[in-house]
Ligand binder design. Structure first.
Ligand code: XBP
Ligand code: MG
Length: 254
């Protein structure tokens, strides 16, 4: 089927936002609330198994802090902490903290010129997506994306397929007309459960995840002066960057 749209995950895929972005913002929110919770780089890698910031905080309390005595307004506290974390995270992006990964801008621009539609499917909060697009791409970058599926718009976050179903329904496209882009096992499971072919670009937190079922697994999307490396996938002739021609080739292979 003809390629009509590219659907991007955000965290870890468009930019390396987790380690020096979300993690720091969580820690700032905890310190501000005078909680003795601190997520170091290693622990945060384990916590990433749970998608969504509110869900991740609850998981931390259940799994790692049996000593913590939940206040009567614990549910409200989680919501407040998460709002504070979003404030810290968007501040951090506003200070130019986090750049796009290699090849992301190049591919987005190629797609726009070719009339291929763009969409986002992420578990993160809509404000975070707006801030990343604005500060890492351009002031008008939100308008590049026809659909931005984010956060609590669906009940079940990745690895459930709900966010991809939501985006496909909004685009009015079949999965075979689209390519998804992800960086993690939870993301891949979500996209595959929605029957989407998926390109994976790994990062330090996800390198050892199980990417069985991906169309191709790369270190990054590649730039003309920075070839990608194929970590697993079919042989690719010629190109060393992930461009529309290669996406079409991947989409049509069994
Ligand atoms: C990203 C996430 C998000 C962010 C935090 O997963 O898990 O939860 O870490 O975002 P994916 P919020 O890349 O698979 O979408 O705190 O805004 O929920
Ligand atoms: Mg991700």
């Amino acid at each position: 089927m003809t390629l009509k749209a590219l659907i991007f995950d955000v965290d870890g895929t468009l930019a390396d936002t987790e380690r020096e972005g979300h993690r720091l913002a969580f820690n700032r929110a905890f310190a501000e609330a005078r909680l003795d919770w601190e997520w170091d780089v290693g622990l945060y890698g384990e916590l990433l198994a749970v998608t969504g910031g509110k869900e991740r905080m609850r998981h931390y309390v259940e799994r790692y802090r049996p000593d913590y005595r939940k206040p009567a307004d614990y549910d409200a506290l989680v919501v407040r902490l998460h709002a504070a974390k979003t404030r810290h995270y968007t501040d951090l992006l506003g200070r130019g903290g986090i750049p796009l990964r290699p090849g992301v801008r190049r591919l987005l621009e190629e797609a726009r010129h070719a009339g291929i539609r763009l969409a986002i499917a992420t578990t993160t909060t809509p404000d975070n997506v707006s801030a990343l697009l604005r500060y890492a791409i351009s002031a008008d970058a939100e308008s590049w994306f026809e659909v931005i599926g984010a956060g609590d718009v669906v009940a079940d976050k990745k690895p459930a397929p709900d966010i991809y179903h939501h985006v496909l329904e909004s685009l009015k496209l079949a999965p075979a007309q689209c390519m998804a882009f992800e960086d993690s096992e939870n993301g891949l499971r979500s996209a595959r459960a929605a029957e989407l072919q998926t390109v994976i670009t790994v990062n330090d937190y996800t390198r050892r995840h199980d990417f069985h079922g991906a169309a191709i697994v790369l270190d990054h999307l590649g730039e003309p002066d920075q070839a990608f490396q194929i970590l697993s996938g079919p042989p690719v002739n010629g190109t060393r960057i992930l461009n529309l021609a290669l996406i079409r080739q991947l989409l049509s292979s069994p």
